[in-house]
Ligand binder design. Structure first.
Ligand code: FPP
Length: 261
């Protein structure tokens, strides 16, 4: 992706003491950055606010993550917004999140147009309320021709369900005779996942200090570098993003071999 150096420098003016744009090599920015956005509830609780207020504050961080990714020349940004397990939350919170996803997407569509961002989803959208489903579909339609960064929201997403769905699809094709069992390999299975056609994440960022994957991209994260920050999601900003990229660039990726090329 092409970087607009002037815009980027302006965006990263006034650095804090510990990190600046000079700390990262712009020719080695991760292609695919994925984020587990966690800690909205705890951020709100720590301020005596309600959980919904935490989610609303989280929207600003998400916008900043999108803008920062575009400025840094990232090809794909994917964010875990709602898991298949999140339906277990109180109904009022589920309703609020679904409504927030819809209203946020409508409000942010002009940003996607302005920045040439293409929208995509991971997850089973058929189970979403009609309002949310319709807006997501509108987002897909309106950004289908965009050629810049791909922004993915994982909604009603669970990695085990995704892999089971892929296996089911493949099994049905074998049953029909359109595929031979011997032809089932990693590439074929990967082509049936929601991530079809996308590079695996290079960098996974998780906020709020939790050290777990929470059923997220189990297949795709096989060789991904992790960066965990104690910041709650609403406190995540362009500078923490830069710290994550700096940490990523300090790692030696060997992909199971001896030395990365
Ligand atoms: C984690 O906080 C965040 C979520 C449940 C995901 C929802 C994300 C947002 C609302 C950000 C904006 C996203 C969109 C698509 C508009 P948590 O509730 O798990 O926090 P906790 O672990 O502290 O309870």
């Amino acid at each position: 992706m092409i970087i607009d150096q002037e815009k980027l420098e302006e965006y990263y003016a006034k650095p804090p003491e510990d990190v600046s744009l000079r700390d990262v090599d712009l020719s080695r920015v991760p292609r695919h950055v994925s984020i587990i956005m966690d800690g909205n509830g705890r951020w709100a609780q720590a301020r005596g606010l309600s959980r919904p207020e935490g989610h609303v504050a989280g929207v600003d961080s998400l916008r900043e993550a999108v803008t920062t990714s575009v400025r840094l020349g990232v090809d794909v940004l994917s964010c875990y917004a709602f898991s298949t397990e999140n339906w277990k939350r109180p109904q009022s919170e589920v309703d609020l999140l679904m409504h927030l996803f819809a209203t946020t997407l409508v409000r942010e569509l002009p940003l996607f147009h302005q920045e040439n961002v293409r929208l995509r989803f991971f997850g089973d959208l058929s189970a979403l309320p009609k309002e949310t489903f319709d807006v997501f579909q509108q987002g897909l339609d309106e950004t289908a021709d965009h050629t810049g960064m791909t922004f993915v929201l994982a909604v009603n997403y669970g990695s085990r369900a995704e892999i089971a769905r892929a296996a089911r699809e493949v099994a049905q094709e074998v049953e029909r005779g359109s595929l031979r069992a011997d032809d089932v390999d990693e590439g074929l299975l990967a082509s049936r996942l929601y991530t079809e056609g996308l590079p695996d994440p290079d960098l996974l960022i998780r906020t709020s200090g939790e050290l777990r994957l929470s059923n997220y991209l189990l297949w795709q994260l096989a060789y991904t570098e992790f960066y965990v920050t104690d910041l709650y999601w609403p406190d995540f900003d362009r500078w923490e993003y830069l710290r994550a990229v700096r940490a990523f660039q300090s790692r030696r990726r060997r992909f199971g071999g001896v030395e990365a090329k």
